[in-house]
Design a protein around this ligand. Structure first.
Ligand code: A2P
Length: 257
């Protein structure tokens, strides 16, 4: 049987009516590659109720961290959103996922494009020093409906910029581009629209997206993934996977209920 760890919740922070993040203890035996997810959940009526969650902690940190939606009627998230420090959660010991560097060909700029909780896998990736060794620029685009939904990502990025050991390298290479679709903000519009027009690259002072130099990771809603998959394929990008690295990789944002 696969290993299942029992961990203790340490902190919980609510960002909006629909989003929260939390940290928990980490068993030293729990290993993962930045960008991967694992099954986590709770014992409900004597049985494990589990969903896929991406790790938001760095793989060198000794705490686990997760970013989740709250769905009032969702079997797991309706319960998970009530977590408090000291509560126990289950963490599956077999992380997996396609958003890993080995599934991509070498490149100069890494674009991580996420909507909503699709930000989560990119949080462990931007905390990983290896990411900055591989690329000249590391671009994190987070698309949300409202400004308040950007809060968790903004905090993570701010903390990285201020990091004592790591901050200078991050400031040099990480380009963070939050964008909002249903409110006025400094960046607005869907990621698809921003890429089709070239506004994203223009704002970041980068060349137009091209497969010779750029690698792309996608995580978000099925509609966003489908539209970007078509856009990238039409632009000559090939999807990578565990058997053959490519120019882009895809994962859907998991927690829906
Ligand atoms: P929009 O407000 O125009 O629907 P959601 O909360 O529905 O998951 O959406 C998160 C963000 O993803 C929103 O900014 C939403 O924009 C955007 N979005 C939804 N569908 C797509 C799509 N097909 N392509 C790009 N962005 C999308």
């Amino acid at each position: 049987m696969a290993t299942m760890y029992t961990e203790t919740v340490q902190t919980v922070r609510h960002w909006t009516d629909t989003l929260f993040s939390f940290t928990a203890t980490r068993n030293p035996g729990f290993r993962f590659i930045s960008g991967q997810f694992t099954m986590i959940g709770l014992q409900v009526e004597g049985r494990p109720l589990l969903r896929a969650y991406s790790m938001c902690n760095a793989n060198h940190e000794d705490q686990l961290e997760f970013f989740s939606i709250k769905v009032p009627e969702g079997p797991l998230t309706s319960k998970l959103q009530k977590l408090a420090p000291g509560d126990q959660i289950l963490v599956g010991g077999k992380p997996t996922g396609t958003l890993i560097q080995d599934n991509l060909l070498p490149g100069k700029t890494l674009y991580m494009l996420g909507t909503g909780t699709g930000l989560a896998p990119f949080v462990s990736i931007i905390k990983d020093p290896d990411t900055y060794e591989r690329y000249e620029h590391v671009v994190l685009v987070h698309g949300c409906r409202a400004i308040a939904e950007l809060g968790y990502g903004e905090l993570v990025v701010d903390r990285l910029f201020e990091d004592e050991f790591f901050g200078e390298m991050v400031k040099d290479k990480l380009l963070y581009y939050p964008t909002v679709t249903r409110e006025a903000f400094r960046n607005t519009g869907r990621i698809t629209t921003l890429l089709e027009s070239g506004k994203l690259e223009g704002d970041l002072q980068l060349p137009r997206l091209n497969r010779d130099t750029d690698r792309v990771m996608l995580c978000g809603s099925p509609g966003m993934l489908e539209d970007l998959n078509i856009f990238l394929t039409e632009s000559g990008f090939q999807e990578g996977n565990h058997s053959e690295p490519g120019h882009f990789v895809i994962e859907k944002a998991f927690v829906e209920k």
